[in-house]
Design a protein. Structure first.
Length: 179
């Protein structure tokens, strides 16, 4: 079975994606999300990610919380609308780090759970992932996991496993805006 390093934004979003991919890939979750605004929120989401993955037998790698990295890269874009240039930079930060970690671990394939959200543009995320793959010589697993009621299924899984479901992406600029 081919190994996959799967970036996860949170436990709830990973549920559906893991369910879809677990029969095809040997999945390791990579939890790297410098966009999350507070340490408390970051640790709560990480805890839920680990708890869910333990339930389903998936390993989790976490590389720490570095919000200053995110803030420095989106400086000047604080007023952007949700889904704009700031979000694209955020996707790029996380996917570049995922590709880097995959290479370090000797895993050729990387992907992300980000496309399960109806608030995230799968075409933009996949274009960024493919560009990074081309640059690094790795393979990006393109996906649009919101299809076929994917987001709805992630909500059902979250209820089944009693997972904390946040109501924003984690970014301080999106707080109060769903995404």
């Amino acid at each position: 079975m081919k190994k996959l390093l799967l970036h996860s934004c949170c436990g709830p979003c990973s549920t559906q994606v893991i369910d879809v991919l677990k029969g095809e890939y040997d999945i390791t979750i990579y939890y790297y999300n410098p966009n999350i605004d507070s340490e408390e929120e970051y640790l709560l989401r990480l805890s839920e990610q680990k708890r869910y993955c333990k339930e389903v037998g998936i390993n989790v790698i976490e590389d720490g919380h570095f919000p200053d990295e995110f803030l420095s890269k989106v400086k000047g874009l604080e007023g952007e609308v949700e889904g704009g240039a700031r979000c694209s930079i955020c996707f790029k930060i996380r996917l570049e780090k995922t590709a880097e970690k995959a290479k370090e671990l000797g895993i050729d394939l990387f992907g992300t759970t980000l496309t399960v959200s109806p608030h995230k543009n799968s075409q933009i995320i996949n274009a960024i992932g493919k560009a990074i793959a081309e640059k690094t010589g790795q393979e990006y697993l393109e996906g649009n996991y919101k299809k076929q009621d994917g987001y709805k299924r992630s909500i059902e899984f979250s209820k089944k496993y009693n997972l904390y479901r946040q109501n924003y992406c984690g970014c301080i600029f999106a707080k109060g805006v769903k995404g």
